[in-house]
Design a protein around this ligand. Sequence first.
Ligand code: ADP
Ligand code: MG
Length: 352
Amino acid sequence: MGRILHLATTCLLVIGSFGCSSRQRIPVVEQTRTAMGTFFTIALYGRVEPAAAEEAIAAAFDTIQAVEGWASTKLPGSEISALNRAAGRDTVAISADLSTLLNLARQVSETTHGAFDVTVGALTTLWGFEDSPQAPPDSAAVDSARRLVGYSRLWVGDGRAYLGKPGMRLDLGAIAKGWAVDRAFEVLRGRGFADVLVDGGGDLRVSSSPVTAGRRRVWVRHPRRAGEYFARFPYDSGAVATSGDYERYFLHNGVRFHHILDPQTGWPARGCVSVTVLGPDATLCDAWATAIFVLGPEKGLEIAKQIPDIETLIVFEVNGQLFWRATERLSAMLEILDPEAQPGPPAGFLRE
Ligand code: ADP
Ligand code: MG
């Protein structure tokens, strides 16, 4: 079955005329293409030389495609596919980029005691969300796939990597998009563009110039009402990523099964419905949005508070009622747009 394009974006960045007496149009050179199973948009704002802008954007898209080329599990020629094929048998030569990314992923795994784990591939393959499943796999199969997950059995060093057990599989779905956004962003900044947006299906990285400063708002999708927004906040520079249970999911006997899996159980993580993370770069935001999602609203918020530079908005559901919690600096600039959603219940009320 063909791969399904991930159409829904989880955050939207909008430049408004906020604070201006008359609406001024900001010049922009912009392009959208599909990559990594989603839409990527790249935009350069302000007065830029059009030919140089087009050329830079094309170079940034080439970079995204190159990341997809080594990171995808779908491409037999990727480094990840080679590692997966050699699991339990051989070490495989890997690029410096993949080595850096695997080491970053390991740090998040260690901090979260495995709630985030890029060796989750045997489980994600079994669930097969890419192929629009209608029912969960049987629990014996989930249990055996779960035993093939474990970041401590991924060895990385000296330009090579190795998966320690036959059947183990890497899946960079929770972090590679962020990495691609960052590398594309660097290409554009490296060419001297100051006012830049790279958006990979809602994982964003942005920088502003005086032309746009104070005018950007990030809108976070409502996790339960299509086409509506749950929250918004002003954002001039940095990265944002959102993970949600409303992106890739199916309903079976009234129960929602979605694509963010708890490696401890092998089943979809149940604590959150949506997690947004703000931080200095998109790779960290992407990884931490997934990690906090798996940890749940209580442990997730605790850990987020301890990590320098990141802020988070966590939306969760208790008996059909939506609640939200956020770190302090984000709370101060956050506007919640759903009047029925409640600020999080006191600690201890949550079931994790
Ligand atoms: P999206 O891809 O929709 O932006 P995420 O960044 O949260 O969402 O990534 C979800 C993807 O990450 C899944 O489709 C799967 O490939 C992978 N994944 C699922 N569970 C985990 C986990 N516990 N740790 C690491 N990666 C995971
Ligand atoms: Mg992620």
